[in-house]
Design a binder for this molecule. Structure first.
Ligand code: A4P
Ligand code: MG
Length: 209
């Protein structure tokens, strides 16, 4: 994506479109958008989608803070955030999760972006006592441009995103026509009976739920 395209997108997202698309915290996700990009000398620019989840502590506050931290992250610009969703734990335990998806424009390569996501998780005291344990904050790199990545530390697309309503529903809110490399249109993934059976509720605003 060119800087001109990103600037055009950012400009559009500063307007009403973002207000409609974003149910999390308007001031966080609209007023914080910086256009042109902070690292405008660094190219190429990639669009990435980040899955955000929390079910420990003040999960909603953690999700909102994660968005603010993504915006402040050098090399990243937060372009849009989905509504928040309350979701039943999948292959996990504890309270219901709060989930959302963010779209960012970034000059970071995928591995560097993953490290930045881990640093944000750690700022929230993320602990990993066992796999899929309840967590204060989980940030997954869902999609990075149209790339397929398989390294010891990073798999993109995220290997389970196509079978999870808590990823697909917020992602489709931001990008209805998006295709998951290797899995096809996200809309088709979301229509599968297994995904349809998962309990998920969109939180229209943080005050109404
Ligand atoms: N890793 C590889 N690829 C990626 C990627 N694309 N994004 C590696 C992020 N990390 C990636 O992740 C374990 C390792 O995966 C990392 O060291 C990283 O190098 P983690 O965050 O330490 O642990 P995790 O979150 O328990 O693992 P993972 O694989 O992200 O778990 P899942 O599959 O994402 O499941 N139910 C609801 N309702 N909502 C949720 O948000 N989340 C999970 C986590 C389970 N059930 C849930 C939810
Ligand atoms: Mg994770």
């Amino acid at each position: 994506m060119s800087l001109a395209r990103a600037t055009e997108l950012g400009s559009r997202l500063r307007g009403n479109d973002t207000s409609r698309a974003t149910g999390i915290n308007m001031s966080t996700t609209t007023a914080g958008i910086a256009v042109p990009l902070k690292d405008d000398a660094s190219f190429p620019l990639a669009i990435a989608y980040i899955g955000i989840g929390a079910n420990l502590g003040d999960a909603r506050a953690n999700v909102v803070d994660a968005l603010a931290r993504l915006q402040r992250q050098p090399g990243c610009t937060l372009m849009a955030a989905s509504s928040m969703y309350r979701t039943a734990p999948i292959d996990s335990s504890g309270d219901d999760y709060i989930n959302a998806v963010a779209r960012i424009a970034t000059t970071l390569d995928a591995e560097t972006l993953l490290q930045a996501l881990h640093a944000i998780e750690q700022a929230h005291g993320r602990e990993r006592p066992y796999r899929n344990a309840p967590r204060t904050l989980d940030l997954d790199l869902l999609l990075y441009a149209d790339q397929t990545i398989s390294s010891p530390t990073l798999t993109v697309p995220h290997p389970r995103m196509h079978e999870r309503a808590f990823v697909l529903m917020p992602l489709l809110e931001l990008a209805p026509g998006i295709v998951i490399p290797g899995h096809g249109p996200a809309q088709e993934c979301a229509a599968s009976p297994a995904v349809q059976a998962q309990a998920i509720a969109r939180l229209v605003t943080s005050q109404q739920t």
